[in-house]
Design a protein around this ligand. Sequence first.
Ligand SMILES: [Ca+2]
Ligand SMILES: [Ca+2]
Ligand SMILES: [Ca+2]
Length: 274
Amino acid sequence: MIAILLAGCGRLGFDATGDEVADDQPDDMADDLPGDDGPGDDGGPMFDAAIGCGSGHDEDGDEFADDCDRCPHVSTLLNADRDNDGVGDDCDPQPDVAAQSIARFDAFASLPADWAQSGTVVKLDDAIRLSGGASSISRPWANGTSLFMIGFTVSAIASDEALLALIVGEGGTPRIYYCELYDDATSMLLQLTYTLNGADYIHPGLQSTAERLSDLSGTLAMSTDTSKSCRAVLPSGAVGAEGTVGGITPDFFTLYAQNAMATIDWMIEIRTDP
Ligand SMILES: [Ca+2]
Ligand SMILES: [Ca+2]
Ligand SMILES: [Ca+2]
């Protein structure tokens, strides 16, 4: 009864986990559960105020603001991070190795100025839309090990070959590689693709998918580790393709849609330190 009364009075100093750190203190992640501080005043905002997070935007709706959220694209109750590297367990490619950082998260509540646009790029409410024959946004990216991931919806495709791709490459050269969902108008593949000359396209990794690209929502992720990988999580489940890509030292990253109307809800880059 005492605890209930305290909860009803704003929970000042209340300690649900009994660890002698009040819920509203910034070091008390364990009991910063959404809802534990009362309606409208629960774990995320309380925590945010405590450590000064101020993005005011919560892409995944878990009440941790994007800039305080250790997986800003994955709704989680605890925001737990057991290796304490700043990337939450639910999105850390090595959750027990403290080597990752969130290098970039774009919720596309706005389109940051460092994205260069090409083709038809439309800013929506909390998303961007790439449409037409060939549209993209690009920004500089130094070669290294990163995991790029997007949340997307493709609402329509042209009857021609359509694709949605994450691309890295060397500016001013044809040397690029893709992680792409490629619909050839009869079926769809998840492909790791590269070209060194802009004419020959090689697929070191390739998997068929149950879905077609049109009317499809999911996530698409590319890892730029030594062995490159491309992975999609689709309504039918996860599909992956990986292989070796040599001879490319990327200096840009691109989100690209061809013959497709693709809405990109968010993009995250999780960097792994050497
Ligand atoms: Ca959040
Ligand atoms: Ca989250
Ligand atoms: Ca971590």
